[in-house]
Design a protein around this ligand. Sequence first.
Ligand code: SF4
Length: 307
Amino acid sequence: MRKIKALVLFSGGLDSILAAKILMEQEIKLKGITFKSYFFNVEQAKKAAKQIKLPLKIIDFSKEHLKTVKNPRHGYGKAMNPCIDCHILMLKTAKMIMKKEKFDFIITGDVLGERPMSQNKQALELIEKESSLTGYLLRPLSAKLLKPTIPEKLGWVNREKLLDIFGRSRKKQIALAKKYKIKEYPTPAGGCLLTDLEFAKRLRELLKIYPKCTGNDIELLRLGRHFLENRTKIIVGRNEQEDKIIKRLAKRQDVLIEMKNYPGPLTLIRSYERGKISKNIIKKAQKLTQYYSTKARHKKDIEFSVE
Ligand code: SF4
């Protein structure tokens, strides 16, 4: 009999690790796919895949994902997380790989009732339908609470050995982690910046003043202290490492400010308006640069470089 092959959407979180392990036990040949975006990276997935010896394909969908974040058809969760649209986008991409590389079906680590927005029954069905995977999307951790899928009906996967986990409690998952000797796994909060309320505030503000923002603007949101003057941003680095990244992200039309005669932060001014950056803004940025240097805060002899 030919070997049945499945793709697993693999974030490296405990649920996705367990979903993979359950199918590995049924001798399904698995390949993980994980996504890179401006809002999360792939480090956790790489580490976890190594732990369970899962081959992993990394897909950079940053640009398409940003488009989805700007305009999600199914709205946001508590912060700026468009989880339903995000899942659909990932699964549509996975489906293309499934067809191209001749996989039989796709699995995810979804747990019914775990996340209010994207893991209720209606949302799981909607995601399956909109990613055109009806019948071919298996969620091993909650499969017994969901309709049998084609892999189960065809006997590729034994439904009896799948699970019926429901809700937010992690007890069953932690017990399974012990059973499978999974020692390292991240907390369920995960690494998606879009669920972070502070980051969401910055992102909302940016989308309001500059809806056409790109990856570079998003990367800046992760760094420094932010001050907004009409449609101009002043960003003050918080440490040397951030200063370096801010410098790398600076564009030709941005202004960079530093103190020449005292140690202190690097400050970037980026205007989302046409025209020159005003003297007042430069003065404000200089004041902030001085304020955030403990050595220079009360000095009167500061010299600035403005580039
Ligand atoms: S938490 Fe972030 S990565 Fe996960 S589905 Fe939601 S938007 Fe996508």
